[in-house]
Design a protein around this ligand. Structure first.
Ligand code: SAH
Length: 398
């Protein structure tokens, strides 16, 4: 006899779950009102009550829970967590051994078998991102599993769900020794200053590693580079080390300036030879047009959604406009790097945005390179939306 809650899957979703789809959407369940406490386990059953899979309840923006196993007898306990984390670590062995890189993702949610949390490695420190209160209720198992599997300097966490003021976050520290921030991590030999104790964004987005690398290796030499939505200027640093003639970083957040100076400085680059502009990107494009500024390499990496004083930007609606603005400041034979992390549309639609922007401006172009998530951001073929990153290198041929 099992006292586990049974969630009845609506008929049209039964096959999807049987085939391995891991995310439980609200509308796929007939008796969702049964779910009370986040973190509780359930069985997904078909309308005739046959077992399909088991999972946990946790509210995220994308769904209300994740499938954990298709085996009815599998226990969701410390051994379960330990196996998943251990498998994930083994898959990253080549990263642990890489002497040029000591920061990468070691656990990527559903891609590593448990949706709802990720773990990143920063030179001996681990950072856990929890995306729901439900998965957070398994924290003890995860940490214990972790303790049994590996040594570390310290563990930090980010609760990326609504905590309704229940938790008092001091500095996101969990266990081990506290870091002295910034710690300086290394990615393909480039230094980056990272703060694990200062908000959700730690200073570098690890999913862009391959893009930074190719910019440095193939696209930067002697080029005049514009990096928009530049945050701490990580792309600018890669470009400068790749021999860029000059970089211009544009971000409207005031602290992006000191953060970018810091990233240049920890790499021995003279930041005074670079431009760091605190400005709304769309205003910068107007300014650049007035001054007739042109660039050889223009990087676009906006957030999926951003609201500033003057406007809201939604990448699923406004990306074509952004590309059009970029085209106007790009030299002939220059390259636009268009990136998006919006999971609500795929590569096909993104390429459609490029097509539309080029058509509207009478520009001919060629896509010369494209990227999705790097290898350590393991994704599952059962959940293609999990591969949210799309990056296109667009050469403006006229
Ligand atoms: N490209 C960066 C990450 C960008 S994060 C990297 O590789 O590290 C998104 C950034 O966009 C944030 O720093 C935010 O301040 C900035 N931003 C959002 N809206 C903006 C706007 N309208 N103009 C300029 N910057 C903006």
């Amino acid at each position: 006899m099992s006292s586990v809650m049974e969630l009845i899957v609506n008929p049209k979703y039964v096959n999807k779950f049987k085939q391995g789809y891991p995310l439980v959407h609200k509308d796929s369940i007939a008796n969702l009102d049964k779910l009370k406490e986040e973190g509780s386990l359930f069985h997904l059953v078909d309308p005739t009550r046959n077992f399909i899979a088991k999972g946990y309840y946790g509210i995220q923006n994308k769904g209300v829970g994740w499938v954990l196993s298709h085996r009815i007898g599998e226990k969701i306990d410390i051994i379960f967590f330990k196996e998943k984390i251990s498998d994930a670590m083994k898959k990253r062995e080549s990263f642990y051994k890489d002497s040029e890189t000591n920061t990468f993702r070691i656990f990527n949610g559903e891609g590593d078998g448990i949706g709802g949390f990720t773990i990143d490695y920063f030179d001996g420190y681990y950072l856990i991102n929890w995306y729901s209160e439900g998965i957070y209720s398994f924290k003890d198992q995860v940490i214990r599993a972790f303790d049994e599997l590996t040594d570390y300097k310290g563990i930090y966490e980010k609760k990326r769900f609504d905590t309704k003021g229940k938790y008092i976050d001091d500095d996101d520290f969990v266990k081990g020794e506290r870091g002295e921030f910034p710690i300086i991590v290394k990615e393909n030999g480039i230094n980056y200053a990272v703060y694990l104790n200062d908000g959700a964004m730690v200073g570098i987005f690890l999913d862009q590693r391959d893009v930074r690398n190719v910019i440095r290796e193939k696209y930067a030499m002697d080029k005049n580079v514009l990096n928009t939505f530049s945050y701490t200027g990580a792309f600018s640093v890669a470009a400068a080390l790749g021999g860029a003639a000059k970089t211009t970083s544009v971000d409207l957040a005031k602290r992006s300036k000191s953060k970018t100076i810091e990233q240049f400085s920890v790499n021995g680059i003279d930041y005074e030879a670079q431009d760091i502009v605190v400005m709304d990107v769309f205003d910068y494009f107007k300014y650049a047009n007035r001054k007739d500024l042109k660039f050889d390499l223009v990087i676009l990496d906006p957030p999926s959604f951003a609201r500033s004083k003057k406007r809201t930007f939604s990448s699923s609606k406004d990306y074509p406009t952004l590309i059009k603005d970029a085209i106007l400041v790009t030299e002939k034979n220059g390259v636009i790097v268009a990136s998006t992390n919006n999971a609500t549309f795929g590569m096909k639609k993104f390429k459609g945005f490029v097509e539309q922007a080029c058509k509207d401006t009478g520009t001919t172009y060629k896509i010369i390179e494209s990227f999705n998530l790097p290898k350590d951001f393991q994704t599952s073929s059962d959940y293609p939306e999990g591969n949210y990153l799309k990056v296109l290198f667009i050469k403006k041929t006229s």
